[in-house]
Design a protein around this ligand. Structure first.
Ligand code: HSE
Length: 364
């Protein structure tokens, strides 16, 4: 039986991964070891499959080296420090990394099955051992557009994101909840709308030590991550650079702006798509529907858009919804769309879980 180590399973992506692996009965195929902070006698999470009862230290190099597959959810700094040391110690197994640490490395592959499953299999056959989950908005975007990507219909895409607080981790969710609670508690809410707005605005501007370094509750922040190149943030740069590595010869330019909004979970993106052919909105809907089993095309109608194109409609779910598909009047090659998907599932845990199973089949 293959040995699988899961490093840093206690964070949000780790919890979502464990829950998806349990739902799909993945643990029955592996002997699993959990690696964590290494507190003495820490018990492993209860899973449905053979496993070590005690959590090992994430710096227990002997036990790490004895695994066939390691999934690392501990963050880029840990990966950069530990993976080279493991290789030095003779680690021969597959490394599946949730962080951005190695995404641009020549000897690494960004994984997004089913979008680049053939590349993943080719890489395994060629002896590649370093695999990385992609950025959440990039993965969600490509999955939503798979129907157009598969027939090489896209000239370029502009994506304006609406990213949930949980994109910044558990701290992001709790920070937003506490900020909202704090503002409401400090203001005497009455039925006078403008007075309420004044009170809340005053308090918003007086807040200190904010999780996102700016008010997010009742607001938004049009800047995610650090400045990078040509006026883009690092998050925005990832759209073009990571998608190019995932799609290879099928790649097309992707650019846009990333915005943090006060939703709790699931990232949304407003898209402007330039197609190679002149396609009507109905044709585009039909093509997108064929993309993969998780894409749900939502009719461009008020009730359906309000019910199914919101973060809350897809949070905790596998489906990636796309709607508001319409032609742009002044250019027959331009189409708009709005897509929303759970960034903790398809933007993080699910590609890792699918890679684990591809690897299992490859090694068995
Ligand atoms: N960087 C993303 C965000 C998290 O800040 O929303 C998922 O990669």
């Amino acid at each position: 039986m293959l040995k699988c180590g899961i490093i840093g399973y206690r964070g949000m992506v780790g919890q979502v991964l464990l829950s998806r692996m349990s739902a799909e009965n993945d643990f029955s195929h592996f002997h699993t070891t959990f690696f964590g902070e290494g507190e003495k006698d820490q018990k492993a999470p209860s899973i449905n499959g053979p496993h070590e009862n005690e959590v090992k230290s994430a710096f227990d190099f002997d036990t790490l080296c004895s695994q066939d597959i390691l999934i690392c959810l501990k963050g880029g700094e840990y990966s950069k420090e530990v993976y080279p040391k493991l290789l030095n110690d003779g680690y021969q197994g597959i490394w599946i990394d949730a962080s951005s640490a190695f995404r641009m490395d020549e000897d690494a592959v960004i994984i997004l099955d089913p979008i680049n499953s053939s590349n993943i299999k080719k890489a395994l056959n060629n002896g590649i051992k370093k695999f990385c989950g992609g950025n959440c908005t990039v993965s969600l975007l490509l999955l939503a557009l798979q129907g157009l990507i598969d027939i090489d219909e896209i000239e370029w895409v502009n994506s304006m994101s609406y990213q949930a607080a949980s994109g910044a981790g558990a701290e992001g969710i709790n920070g937003l909840i506490n900020e909202t609670k704090d503002l409401l508690e400090k203001c005497n809410i009455s039925d006078k709308a403008l007075e309420n707005e004044h009170h809340i605005r005053d308090k918003m501007l007086m807040q200190e030590e904010l999780t996102f370094n700016a008010p997010l509750a009742f607001s938004l922040i049009p800047y995610i991550d650090e400045p990078f190149v040509s006026g883009s943030t690092k998050e925005e740069w990832k759209a073009g650079s990571e998608s190019a590595r995932i799609l290879n010869e099928r790649a097309f330019p992707i650019d846009g702006l990333c915005v943090r909004v006060p939703s709790l979970r699931a990232h949304a993106q407003a898209l402007l798509i330039k197609t190679k052919s002149k396609l009507g909105a109905e044709q585009v809907e039909e093509l997108l529907r064929k993309g993969n089993e998780w894409v749900q095309v939502i009719p461009n109608a008020p009730e359906e858009s309000r019910s199914f194109l919101t973060p809350v409609a897809v949070s905790g779910r596998l489906n990636i919804n796309i709607g508001r598909i319409k032609n742009i009047n002044h250019d027959p090659h331009l189409i708009t769309a709005f897509t929303v998907g759970d960034q903790l599932i398809w933007g993080a845990a699910e590609p890792l879980r699918r890679m684990l199973n591809i690897t299992r089949k490859f090694l068995s």
